[in-house]
Ligand binder design. Sequence first.
Ligand code: 3PG
Length: 209
Amino acid sequence: MTADLTDLLAKVRIVPVLTVPDATTAAPLAEALAAGGARCAEVTFRTPDAEQVVKAMAAQGDLVVGAGTVLTAEQAERAVAAGARFLVSPGLDDEVIVAARELGVPVAPGVATATELMRAVKAGLDTVKLFPAQPLGGRAMLRALAAPFPGVRFMPTGGIDAAALPGYLAEPSVLAVGGSWMATPALLKSRDYAEIRRLTAEAVKGSMT
Ligand code: 3PG
């Protein structure tokens, strides 16, 4: 079920996490991210406009658009109907995993403990989000948690910035890194697309080192 997500994340390496307050910013935002070299984006379901943002960004066609902060089956359905090609959750929830399976889209649930990882593996998943990666203990935590699960690959997210990116990507268990540092809520609010583009390009460059 997660094979295509594994491939996608291995290819893109960076997943900008977007909490977009206003759907009118979706098109220029997608343009800025793509111009910076991003190939994928995660739109969080934390704002009332999230569904419209997914729709607009997916329609534009430059990025593979997924939905983040998916907490319920109902949100999963709305996200996929709007064009989301993958789902991300902050935690591990059976309802969301089952919904994703029924909808035919891959899901990366968040895990923070070995117990949650065991549940994810039992649910048939091999790609998970490590959340919140930095506060949990960063790369040392990731390495220790990944060791007993050689078949699992991670998307660390939470508190990561441009400086920490190459270190995470150097970890063999890491497929891709997620984060909002390329398009922070403040940059989205001020519609500073030039800066979003610059930070995205910097991250893309960092992902290649
Ligand atoms: C998420 O939803 O994945 C996180 O909020 C992103 O984490 P960051 O804002 O610390 O990058």
